[in-house]
Design a protein around this ligand. Structure first.
Ligand SMILES: Cc1cc2nc3c(=O)[nH]c(=O)nc-3n(C[C@H](O)[C@H](O)[C@H](O)COP(=O)(O)O)c2cc1C
Length: 231
């Protein structure tokens, strides 16, 4: 089961270890692909909107596409981000910005509507929930119908500092998450995603979208007609 991990940090601390723990409980090493941010995508969106006209003209297309090709072919996605100032890390936020053309408001990918995702964040104290939310919001707008969140206060600055009792809890929690994900066989698109998709469809139909290129994308998929990205 191909699993892609996107880490919102280069280092292998608590957040990385928890993400990896889940991945290892889901699948084997040879099915795991990992990306580290900013190492694998060291850019901020420059707001040029080139991705709206033609995604390949984004100044960072090559690096971005390397990651997104793997994301698109994965069955399960795992995102990890330490909680920084109550939110996701800056590299994770930058990744979200750089993939905004994948949102339902622009050019969602059909493959997203059948994926499963897990979002992990650790904080020393508080904020992990809002950090996780930064990512789950983006994944919802990508069209991913099944998203699990795991935000935890590890009361430490790094993995070595995490007390044994908390590690035991993490061990149990990650087993539960892996079991839940594996037992979810048929991922169905929920009402919230369907409503959002229909609103975006109406927007494209009424020419309130970002322009001709996005509208053509929707037309080519026949999403303005009877077709839908889910079964
Ligand atoms: C820049 C920065 C900002 C942080 N902001 C918060 C925060 O808002 N709330 C919190 O509880 N911990 C905060 N922390 C602590 C980390 O979230 C926490 O130690 C986390 O478990 C680190 O994960 P890591 O081991 O994967 O790097 C912050 C740490 C750094 C370096």
């Amino acid at each position: 089961m191909k699993t892609v991990l996107i880490h919102g940090q280069n280092h292998k601390g608590s957040t990385y270890n928890i993400g990896r723990m889940i991945a290892n409980k889901i699948t084997s090493d040879d099915e795991i692909v990992e990306f580290f941010l900013p190492k694998d995508l060291n850019h901020f969106c420059v707001g040029c909107y080139k991705c709206i006209d033609n995604p390949e003209t984004c100044p960072f297309y090559q690096e971005k596409n390397k990651i997104m090709k793997e994301v698109e072919s994965a069955e399960i996605l795992i995102f990890t981000t330490p909680t920084y100032c109550m939110r996701s890390s800056a590299p994770m936020k930058s990744f979200i910005d750089l993939t905004f053309n994948y949102w339902m408001s622009h050019r969602p990918r059909k493959c997203m509507f059948s994926k499963k995702a897990i979002v992990v964040s650790t904080a020393a104290g508080t904020g992990a929930k809002s950090a996780v939310k930064d990512v789950t919001t983006a994944l919802f707008y990508w069209g991913i119908p099944y998203i699990l969140s795991y935000g935890i206060s590890v009361q430490a600055m790094n993995w070595n500092g995490v007390k044994e009792k908390i590690k035991q809890k993490i061990e149990k929690d990650t087993s539960k998450i892996a079991k839940k994900v594996l037992s979810k066989k048929n991922v169905k698109v929920g009402i919230k995603t369907k409503v959002m998709f229909m609103m975006m469809r109406m927007m494209q139909k009424a020419n309130f979208g970002s322009g001709e290129a996005d509208k053509k994308y929707w037309e080519d998929k026949d999403w303005l007609g009877k077709n839908r990205p889910w079964k």
